[in-house]
Design a protein around this ligand. Sequence first.
Ligand code: PEP
Length: 257
Amino acid sequence: MARKFFVGGNWKCNGTVEEVKKIVTTLSEAEVPSEDVVEVVISPPFVFLPLVKTLLRRDFSIAAQNCWVRKGGAFTGEVSAEMLVNLGIPWVILGHSERRLLLNESNDFVADKVSYALSQGLKVIACVGETLEQRESGSAMAVVAAQTKAIAEQVMHWSNFVLAYEPVWAIGTGKVATPAQAQEVHFELRKWLHVNVGAEVAASTRIIYGGSVNGANCKELAAQPDVDGFLVGGASLKPEFIDIIKSATVKTTAKSE
Ligand code: PEP
C-alpha cells in the first residue's frame, strides 16, 4: 500500500500573533506539491490553534502538540482531546521527547494518551527516540522498540496513526541522523510492526523522521525507502520549511524512474 509523504511542522513553544500571521502567509503563498503527493500538518502552540485554523490554507492540516490523557475535568492547565475535536483540530502530537524527558512522561502514560486521543477520533503523531547515551551503549533499537510496543498495544485505528522516529540527540542540535542511520531504525521499526502487529499495518503505516531536518538535508533523507516524511521543529518556523515539503517529490520521481 502506498504511503503518502507526511510533513509535520512542530512550532513548539514559539511565536507571537504577528509571527504566526507571517509564517502562515509564507505558507499560503508557497507553491507545493498537491495533496495527493504530500500531507502537511502544522502544529502551533494551543493558544494559536484557532488563529491558525482560520488563516491556514485548506490543503494543510493542524495538530495540537499534546492533550490530556483522559476526559477533561478538574485538571488545571490541561487541554482535553474533546476540546481539540470540538475546535476542529484533527491531529495531535504525543510522546515528544521534550515531554518524555522534561515532564517525565513514561511509555505507559504516552500510550494511554494515544489510546484516549484515538478513541475520541483524533489522528495521532506518536514520537519515539533514543538518547545519545542509549545510542552509544548500543540500546537504541531496544529503547525505540519498547516505546513503540507500549503505544502499539493501544492503537486501534492504524490509518489514523503516524510514528515519528526522533533521536533525542538530533532534536534541536543541528546534528541530523545520517540517511543510513535514519533508514536503519525506520527499517527495524517497520520490521517490528510486521512481526508484532501485521504485514498490512507495517506496509501502510507512515514512519517519519525528526531531528534537525532542514532545507539542505531533507532530500537525501526523503530518498530512504522507509522514511515516509518528517517531523520538523526549528526549520518549520522558517521559509525553508517549503523546501522540506517539496522533498516529497523525491518519492514520486523515484517511483517513475
Ligand atoms: C522536533 O521537535 O520534533 C524536532 C524534530 O525538532 P528539530 O527539527 O528542531 O530538531
